[in-house]
Design a protein around this ligand. Structure first.
Ligand code: CFM
Length: 544
């Protein structure tokens, strides 16, 4: 049975359909988070409401602040012991589910396979959990002697008032050779995991960055910010960087080590992959140490080549530029051959992408390379700048929820601040079209008339699929099976299902092949859910 596309829908009708079932107040709020790209109704580009609370009762795709801090930012670091202070479920469900891969390296240190938790019980909630936390830190130290121990607060910790920072300070002093610090990243602290990113970035910058003073003598030193090595993406990017002769001092934080964070101030350029989760660190590194930052994207072969060239142009050294061109020339033929092969089958197919804060944008590069069209996309927790570009940052309203997240004061370091380029050098680059601290966001890269939706929910996801019948839906595990039951394949762009890497050149090849198979398979459309085949089940109460 072939699927027929509903072509008669116009985006305004789709939006209306999505909102139709809501009570008026909910519909009014959601209407501001559903936008028709380049809407014709107004001259100015339309604004989207983002980073606001999910309406109670709605089944959101979002995660919590603890997940953003522990799971996303600190979780991928392999030689820091990450202790969850809270009930066991919080630690267990944030343990290895994100597929951030690690490779131990010559030191052999890798705590990724352990799940550390204080396993709070009722009595800890009543009498306080600080003593238990102290004991857990001591136990972890005695067993592993790690360079660092991080403590993550879950909801009950904030509710009962355990002071994780005081415990961390006390234990740091007691242990002497282990950096212990904590995060007030209770799950409820912000409207989504985005708040957790900010909290994590602030603490890492305060307690860790800059600690290793040992000078670095390598050439072309960069930091790679916002790359978390999901499915081995970071390994592929590191392979390419190494081949080009670029030194990656610190990745924040895929397969990273304590020492990488501690040495980040030695880099001469910060390259930001995931703008949402880490732009704070890029800004702080610039303010304190004088390291400029650029936006890069290693998702998509063309985007990878472009990002490498951007790094080359920054250093401006012919040796590096030539090497980068040689690497691109060597890697691209296989990519192009695979793209050409799959395109005969993928051209014109349609996709929808709803992922956290970056991937709903970045992955459109790969779909474009396959000739596929993105009908609708959005972030779970992106901010307006991730949609509309950084130019809107000064206009973003700071609400009570954002004010709840600590802003730290960063100043130029009296000894270590040294601008990597003179003002004249920066100006010359900018005059030639080079963009520092620049991100245009998702909207300009999407076609006119496509539908951009912030904080999509279960109901709207199913409705969208029903109305637009895409060939592929990209989201996460929570959405996977409900969408597939509608007959549409779902590719997980958080964990990559069991696949990856998808970054860089080899990753692009992997992605083309996998998506080709997914959109070419009719298996999901053959499936019938029991309720589609049989009349609705009825039942009666026993007393009737
Ligand atoms: Fe950045 Fe990420 Fe993402 Fe993100 Fe995430 Fe992730 Fe994501 Mo899942 S840091 S915003 S909080 S790119 S875990 S590796 S896939 S929602 S789009």
């Amino acid at each position: 049975m072939s699927k027929t596309k509903v072509v008669q829908w116009d985006p305004a009708d789709i939006k209306e359909e999505l909102l139709k079932k809501y009570p008026p107040k909910v519909a009014r709020k959601r209407a501001k988070q559903i936008m028709i790209n380049e809407a014709t109704e107004s001259e100015a580009p339309p604004e989207i409401v983002a980073n606001v609370r999910t309406i109670p009762g709605i089944i959101t795709m979002r995660g919590c602040t603890y997940a953003g801090c522990k799971g996303v930012i600190m979780g991928p670091t392999r030689d820091i012991v990450n202790i969850t202070h809270g009930p066991i479920g919080c630690g267990f469900y944030s343990w290895l589910t994100r597929r951030n891969q690690t490779s131990p390296g010559p030191d052999g240190e890798n705590y990724m396979t352990y799940c550390f938790s204080t396993d709070m019980q009722d009595q800890d909630i009543i009498f306080g959990g600080e003593k238990k936390l102290e004991a857990a830190i001591q136990e972890a130290y005695d067993l592993f002697h790690p360079k660092g121990i991080c403590i993550f607060s879950t909801c009950p910790v904030g509710l009962i008032g355990d002071d994780v920072h005081a415990v961390a300070k006390k234990m740091k002093a007691k242990l002497g050779d282990c950096n212990v610090f904590g995060f007030s990243c209770e799950g409820y602290k912000g409207v989504s995991q985005s708040a957790g990113h900010h909290i994590a970035n602030n603490q890492v910058f305060t307690h860790l960055v800059g600690e290793n003073k040992e000078p670095r003598t390598e050439e072309y030193k960069i930091n790679l910010l916002g790359e978390y090595n999901i499915g081995g993406d970071g390994f592929e990017i590191d392979r390419i960087l190494k081949k080009c002769g670029i030194t990656n001092i610190a990745t924040f934080s895929g397969n990273s080590t304590y020492d990488q964070f501690a040495s980040a101030q030695h880099a001469d350029l910060s390259c930001v992959m995931c703008h949402r989760s880490i732009n704070y660190v890029a800004d702080m590194l610039e303010t304190k140490y004088g390291i400029p930052w650029i936006k890069v994207n290693f998702i998509g072969a063309e985007a990878t080549a472009k990002s490498l060239r951007k790094i080359g142009e920054y250093f401006g050294d012919k040796k590096l530029i030539d090497k980068i061109e040689a690497v691109i020339a060597e890697e691209m033929p296989e990519v192009e051959a695979t793209a050409k092969d799959v395109r005969s089958r993928t051209e014109g197919k349609t996709a929808m992408l709803f992922v956290g804060g970056s991937r709903a944008h970045h992955y459109q590069e790969l779909f474009n390379e396959m000739g596929m069209k993105t009908l609708s996309a959005g972030y779970e927790f992106g901010h307006r700048d991730d949609y509309e570009g950084r130019r809107v940052i000064p206009d973003i309203k700071v609400d009570a929820d954002s004010r709840n997240i600590e802003e730290i004061e960063v100043e130029a370091d009296p000894e270590l601040y040294s601008p990597r380029k003179t003002e004249a050098e920066i100006k010359a680059l900018e005059d030639a079209g080079y963009e520092f601290k620049h991100y245009d966001g998702l909207n300009p890269d999407m076609d006119k008339g496509t539908i951009i939706i912030d904080d999509l929910n279960q109901y709207e996801a199913e409705k969208l699929v029903e109305l637009l019948k895409p060939d592929l839906f990209c989201a996460g595990i929570k959405e996977k099976f409900s969408i597939q039951k509608l007959g549409v394949p779902l590719k997980q762009l958080h964990s990559y299902d069991s696949g990856g890497p998808y970054a860089g050149f080899k990753g692009a090849i992997n992605f083309y092949k996998e998506i080709d198979r997914l959109v070419g398979s009719k298996v999901w459309s053959y499936m019938k859910a029991p309720w589609q085949e049989n009349p609705e089940l009825t039942a009666t109460f026993v007393w009737e």
